[in-house]
Design a protein around this ligand. Structure first.
Ligand SMILES: NC(=O)c1ccc[n+]([C@@H]2O[C@H](COP(=O)([O-])OP(=O)(O)OC[C@H]3O[C@@H](n4cnc5c(N)ncnc54)[C@H](O)[C@@H]3O)[C@@H](O)[C@H]2O)c1
Length: 281
């Protein structure tokens, strides 16, 4: 296990599902954490941690909270498909505050991006050609668009200011897979914890993008920058195949694209047609 970082690590979204798991797991590894969220922290505060409640959109306070931190694990914000104006404050303005704080502190950003930034790529066909991390953004929602913006913000801050950032394109991070799509996209909590640990402690990262899913044989995703941080997932969704392999939506849009249900929500093109009808895509 790598040594705990020398400087404190700031975790946004600490009161959320993934934030709570990370706060617990990283504290157990001896890390000194600063936790923040717009919602109260629902658990007993871990050792060496302090919590401050704040709205990312009003983030001047974030500059103070980040003082002295060596890394920011940015997991806060709108985490589901919502109208543009709901996404705007936390995910676009809030992200800018996070990057400004990182620039001032010389800190690295680890950003909880999402598969929904590329959700309108089709699922791999017979050839099983897995999507590479430098593929075109094809967001499937305003939420997914905010994640593409977040990754590009990282690109800008690395190129212009040398702020290192690791962008985790998270698939489906839940206690266990619950449908057939998650046999491809599932990320275990334990693999997420090891991924965040590697992303913060790697000596150098530059700007990089990593498919954050477990070692699933049915994964949609291929090459990325994981070698740069020395991370390999250890879990696999395959053990749940018998239980969830038959659970599909019955919706042709959902089942066609990687982003699943997010692609079908508010979909207003003509009824999906054979693949070659979208030849202009
Ligand atoms: N869980 C997954 O499968 C998954 C998949 C892809 C990406 N992600 C990303 O990972 C991160 C964490 O996901 P999660 O499942 O824990 O979501 P979550 O909704 O449980 O946690 C998000 C947290 O952000 C906080 N938040 C929302 N608006 C805020 C604001 N304006 N200021 C400060 N805090 C605010 C919420 O209170 C919440 O505690 C999110 O960025 C999400 O987009 C998660």
């Amino acid at each position: 296990m790598p040594a705990a970082p020398a400087r404190p690590v700031l975790l946004t979204g600490a009161s959320g599902n993934l934030g709570r798991a990370l706060a617990r797991g990283l504290a157990e590894r001896g890390w000194t954490l600063r936790l923040t969220d717009i919602a109260p922290f629902p658990d007993p505060l871990p050792e060496r941690a302090r919590f401050e409640r704040m709205d990312l959109a009003e983030g001047v306070d974030l500059l103070h909270l980040a003082e002295g931190c060596g890394a920011i694990l940015h997991f806060g914000g709108v985490s589901t498909d919502q109208p543009f104006n709901t996404v705007l404050g936390p995910n676009l303005q809030g992200l800018h505050h996070v990057y400004e704080a990182a620039r001032r502190e010389g800190a690295r950003v680890v950003f909880a991006s999402s598969n929904h930034s590329i959700g309108f790529h089709e699922r791999p066909g017979q050839a099983n050609d897995r999507l590479e991390a430098d593929c075109t953004f094809r967001p499937d929602s305003f939420y997914g668009l905010s994640k593409a913006y977040g990754e590009l913000m990282g690109r800008l801050y690395w190129d212009k200011h040398g702020v290192e950032n690791v962008n985790l394109r998270i698939g489906s991070c839940f206690p266990e897979p619950t449908d057939a799509r998650m046999l491809s996209t599932w990320l275990s909590y334990a693999d997420l914890l090891r991924l965040c640990e590697a992303a913060v402690t790697a000596p150098r990262t530059g700007h990089c993008v990593i498919w954050a899913c477990s070692d699933n044989p049915a994964s949609f995703w291929g090459a990325d920058h994981r070698a740069r941080i020395g991370w390999q997932p250890q879990d696999s969704a395959e053990a749940w195949r018998d239980k969830v392999g038959g659970i599909t939506s019955g919706n042709p849009v959902t089942e066609r694209y990687q982003g699943g249900g997010y692609t079908a929500k508010d979909y207003s093109r003509d009824t999906p047609s054979p693949r070659d009808a979208f030849a202009l895509d």
